[in-house]
Design a protein. Structure first.
Length: 191
């Protein structure tokens, strides 16, 4: 027990009217504790920083990955002289770019359903040759049909691009499901 002055009642060191020296709170009954040390504030808990830094780091990595994927997988810039998007000429040029890249699966998406139902592929249309260049000469649209005049350069049958074949062609097109599709073989006449 203590009285108002903070000294224990009945302490051996206390004399009536005198107070005992301050030695700190007792730790054991009758045993004085060591002198109290200065009050120190506990460190603020910074354990929340590690998860926050991890989340920020992951966010940054995801943003960089998203930016890189947009750059890598974004459609390439159309070549000079490319036709407006969604036009018959643009469809023929996209087909030619896919064939030039050796991607006949993508190129086949530019074939009409009539050609595909007959089992015709882009490789069949070119007789196994590779597109090396295509330029659009003109385009004529009549409702859901169109004709695109092109000059097409393909590799020779032997695979030697120096002896390629240049062809002036009239490419019949049909509008299907909102997109223009090639509706017949491309070769008409050699130049």
């Amino acid at each position: 027990m203590t009285h108002d002055s903070g000294t224990p009642w009945g302490s051996e060191d206390s004399v009536a009217g005198e107070s005992a020296p301050e030695t700190g709170p007792a730790t054991d009954i009758g045993a004085p504790a060591a002198a109290s040390s200065p009050v120190t504030r506990p460190r603020s808990d910074r354990s929340w920083l590690a998860p926050l830094a991890t989340i920020a780091g992951l966010f940054l990595v995801l943003m960089l990955a998203a930016t890189a994927s947009v750059i890598v997988f974004a459609p390439s810039k159309p070549p000079a002289g490319a036709s407006r998007a969604g036009s018959p000429s643009a469809a023929v040029q996209a087909w030619a770019l896919a064939m030039e890249a050796g991607d006949s699966t993508t190129a086949d998406q530019y074939l009409s359903s009539r050609l595909r139902s007959q089992g015709t592929t882009s490789d069949d249309i070119l007789f196994g040759q590779k597109v090396t260049a295509l330029s659009v000469v003109s385009e004529s649209i009549q409702g859901d049909s169109a004709t695109v005049q092109v000059t097409l350069v393909t590799s020779s049958f032997l695979g030697d691009s120096s002896g390629g074949l240049t062809t002036a062609s009239s490419v019949p097109m049909v509008l299907e499901n909102g997109g223009w599709k090639i509706d017949n073989a491309i070769f008409d006449s050699s130049i």
